[in-house]
Design a protein. Structure first.
Length: 329
């Protein structure tokens, strides 16, 4: 879908952004805002993952490693050195990007399921390392973020709507980065690598360099999400920061929405996170596992009947509609 945005699409995007900006002004429920924040957060993580797992089709299930590195870097800087999380967020992104170099060097030697397993192992290894570093990173107990009340310079706000705007900005940043990559020669090279890496190299694509570079960008963006989430919940520990669920969620929202597409992760997140959160809220623990069952059914339905994801279905409907118009003229 490497297309320039036409005026109609630009208008629709502008309307969508305007609605997102106005949403917290209309919706006053703290619970609803919390849902919106989580939807935007996982859409952001999914978009970051999609650069690597969608366009280049390198199925990484270890992005929690970069989420955790970003979270711990900014938290250590904040608590030990009184550095603003805004600066710590960028520092965490740089640390994650640099960490992706040796991790990528090792994991990219493998392909297919072996690559996937290797990425899982790296994230779990990092979690175990931080569990042992009790003096440096508070060990298994973790630590709470000092509550300073309203302190925008320290990324602490009185209401959740402010966090909403922060994560909305992060999501828009990731979408812009994805759009720029998608419409450039880099995007075409990534798609070529994803379709057939050997063939791509045969026509002159430097596959190792392309995968390394896009992995760094993906890791950097994922680390930003780690800092934000830590500041949002005011707590960090290895089990939370390096949770395998984060890696799984990033992949699933992209797969359901449509991998290798600009809007796929956002659409997939809206469906999955909204359904999961609402069911968990309505049912709670009264009927154990129901929300997970519904969640799984949605995944199976999309993967079995729409392997191209929801974006593929939307594109099919658009083409059918466009194909009928000339017949009526």
């Amino acid at each position: 879908m490497m297309q320039d945005i036409n005026p109609r699409h630009a208008i629709l995007i502008a309307i969508g952004i305007a609605i997102l900006i106005a949403l917290p002004m209309v919706v006053k429920s703290s619970f609803a805002i919390d849902i919106f924040v989580r939807i935007l957060l996982f859409a952001f993580i999914g978009t970051a993952w999609n650069l690597m797992g969608g366009y280049a089709k390198q199925l990484s299930l270890g992005h929690a490693a970069y989420f955790g590195l970003g979270a711990y870097t900014s938290t250590i800087l904040q608590i030990d050195y009184d550095v603003s999380p805004w600066i710590g967020m960028v520092a965490g992104g740089v640390v994650a990007a640099l960490a992706s170099l040796p991790i990528g060097w090792l994991c990219f030697r493998l392909r297919g399921p072996y690559f996937t397993i290797a990425t899982i192992a790296t994230a779990q290894a990092l979690m175990l390392i931080f569990l042992k570093f009790r003096d440096f990173a508070w060990g298994a107990e973790g630590t709470t973020i000092p509550n300073l009340g309203t302190a925008p310079l320290m990324m602490q706000f009185e209401n959740k709507s402010s966090y909403y705007y922060v994560v909305l900005g992060l999501l828009l940043l990731s979408l812009l980065v994805t759009w720029l990559i998608e419409r450039s020669w880099v995007g075409y090279y990534l798609v070529a690598i994803g379709e057939d890496e050997d063939a791509a190299e045969a026509i002159g694509v430097n596959a190792p360099k392309m995968k390394r570079d896009i992995y760094m960008i993906s890791a950097f963006l994922t680390a930003l999400a780690g800092t934000f989430y830590t500041q949002y919940i005011y707590f960090i520990d290895p089990a939370t920061a390096f949770s395998f669920n984060i890696s799984i969620e990033a992949a699933l929202v992209s797969i359901v929405g449509g991998i290798g597409t600009l809007w796929g992760p956002l659409i997939g997140t809206v469906l999955l996170e909204t359904t999961s959160t609402l069911l968990q809220s309505w049912l709670g623990s009264s009927i154990g596992g129901v929300q997970l069952t519904v969640y799984s059914l949605i995944l199976m339905a999309v993967i079995l009947w729409r392997p191209t994801g929801l974006m593929g279905m939307i594109e099919e409907l658009r083409q059918r509609t466009a194909g009928r118009k000339p017949a009526r003229a």
